[in-house]
Write a protein that binds this ligand. Structure first.
Ligand code: ADP
Ligand code: MG
Ligand code: ZN
Length: 413
């Protein structure tokens, strides 16, 4: 076996592993089945590419999108690695090249769509050629509880068996407990080694407050962030318009954003937010998907988000540049009731409702956490950390639970 660190330098040209990569590479090289959960951009591809190069044989990579496969194949070939893909967009010459390289045993990484692998002829051919490692990228697609369910992914457990129960690594950025256990059950017979890394965002300050005078609480938070770019999430379209108005009157550059606005107005407000400094976007959850503005300095929730997943996604839009960013979530009993009602009244299947309830309960528990919010949040995703020293509970948690401590200190001094 070739030394992984050497391959990292010599083939990929990277000076060091990123958080989590080395442990996963070692587990794969030790022959273990792995489920790796890391955020987008963390470097999951390397976790199956590098082990492939450290030993002999073919790795079969399942990927849901032709565009993704093409990018990866181009990047690997650029590094001088024999790679190819089986997909409907290939021309005959490319197909020939791929088939020949697999037959001659030269192919190192072969990408295929799950639809292709649903074809037993293809898997039999691959089985004869000999697959050494099965890598299932975007593995959350097997789960109905994810946002991207793909029925063909559900077949991959069977594909794995047809390939002789080949060693498997599944990778996803979705750190949701329900999705994760779905992946485990559908793809593996025995529990794989689970790795969860990189969900902590230390530059985000977390804070949550029960609503008392919600407007005053929100305004005092925003007052600390005058002239900074930020997002305030509201739970209704109407609320975004009203709040954007009152913030404008209070001298902020505040704009509403929700799915009920005319397309042109929405696009215009989004452009202003992206291009100018110091704009407050007052939005429903319709805003944010795919928005990449590095210097968002704060995210506030004027009401409780839908679930712990949504909370994590939404606050995650702040501080992408790594500089300190502030968050505040306001919650009330009426929000909690409303969110519950929304789940019960939706036309989702019972099982889906159960999962949604669980995600909401986890968020309520985070609101009521007795200690470090970051620890509680990351524990939900399965990652453990020290108390952060930077959330509301680490900074002044004791005071808000027991205001007499200060007095006691005075008395005992
Ligand atoms: P993910 O699949 O987790 O979203 P990718 O595998 O696409 O992430 O990797 C994201 C980027 O990080 C790629 O450009 C990749 O080349 C780069 N990368 C991966 N590992 C390292 C590393 N150890 N050092 C530097 N860059 C890396
Ligand atoms: Mg990826
Ligand atoms: Zn903390």
């Amino acid at each position: 076996m070739i030394d992984p660190a050497k391959i990292l330098h010599d083939v990929f040209g990277f000076p060091s592993f990123r958080e989590g990569q080395e442990e996963i590479v070692r587990a794969v090289l030790a022959g273990e089945d792995v489920l790796a959960v890391m955020p987008t951009g963390a470097g999951k591809s390397l976790c199956y590419q590098l082990p492939t190069l450290a030993r002999e044989g073919l790795t079969l990579v399942v990927s849901p999108l032709i565009a993704l496969m093409r990018d990866q194949v181009a990047a690997l070939r650029h590094f001088g690695i024999e790679a190819g893909s089986l997909n409907s967009a290939n021309d005959p010459a490319e197909n020939r090249r791929v088939v020949d390289a697999v037959r001659d045993g030269r192919m190192r990484l072969l990408y295929a769509s799950p639809e292709r692998l649903a074809n037993t002829g293809t898997t039999e051919w691959l089985g004869r050629a000999g697959v050494n490692l099965l890598a299932i990228d975007e593995a959350h697609c097997v789960s109905q509880w994810g946002h991207d369910f793909r029925p063909e992914y559900a077949m991959l457990g069977e594909v794995r068996q047809r390939l002789g129960n080949v060693q498997t690594i599944a990778l996803t950025a979705t750190a949701d407990v329900a999705t994760r256990s779905d992946i485990m059950h559908r793809l593996f017979e025995e529990e794989p080694r689970l790795f969860i890394h990189g969900f902590d965002r230390p530059n985000l300050r977390l804070a949550m407050q029960a609503k008392e005078h919600s407007r005053r609480q929100l305004f005092s938070f925003l007052d600390k962030h005058r002239h900074e770019s930020g997002i305030v999430y509201c739970s209704s379209r109407d609320a975004t318009e009203k709040l954007a108005d009152s913030l404008s009157q209070a001298g902020y550059r505040a704009l509403p954003y929700h799915a009920g606005m005319p397309q042109g107005d929405r696009a215009k407000n989004q452009d202003i937010f992206l291009q100018e400094d110091g704009v407050v976007m007052v939005a429903t959850v319709a805003f944010g998907m795919g928005i990449d503005k590095p210097d968002v300095r704060f995210v506030a929730h004027a009401a409780l988000p839908k679930s712990i997943e949504s909370y994590y996604q939404e606050i995650g839009r702040a501080g992408r540049d790594g500089a300190p960013a502030d968050t505040l979530t306001l919650y009330g009993l009426d929000d909690m009731r409303l969110r519950r009602l929304q789940i019960e009244e939706s036309d989702a299947a019972d099982e889906q409702k159960r999962v949604e309830r669980q995600r909401l309960n986890a968020l309520v528990a985070l609101c009521e956490a007795p200690r470090c919010r970051r620890q509680t949040l990351l524990a939900y995703f399965g990652e453990s950390t020290e108390p952060c020293g930077n959330c509301d509970l680490c900074i002044d948690g004791v005071m808000s639970f027991d205001g007499t401590i200060e007095a006691q200190k005075l008395l005992s001094a």
